[in-house]
Design a protein around this ligand. Sequence first.
Ligand code: DGP
Length: 114
Amino acid sequence: MSDCIFCKIANGEIPTELVYQDDLVAAFKDANPLTPVHILVVPKKHYENVVDGVPAEVLAAMVHAIDVVTKETGIDKTGFRCITNTGDDAGQSVHHFHIHVMGGRKLDPNAGEG
Ligand code: DGP
């Protein structure tokens, strides 16, 4: 989508350090981190949210990206949380499907954090 910030980041139109990328997905640090490690994993193609017909191969690539970035940051050992805000009630502010990967400190089990 031409006016989508995450499309532009994932496809290199807005220079951003990518902590992971492959043909289908990109991962980069959240601009407003809520936790010491706060990475966003996004598909390179535009989908509004997790229930916007995202192909299984894209979902698998996103899980692979999570595997890679959590190992690179070490939070695979300490624990982390993955969340995807969907729609207004969840406070989704960027309408390009993304998974928040958060860790690096003890997370509140009762808070969404992300
Ligand atoms: P959500 O509320 O789930 O839609 O989260 C959107 C997140 O995206 C929010 O934590 C801040 C982050 N974000 C918004 N714009 C940018 C940007 O231009 N660059 C980066 N790295 N993160 C962004």
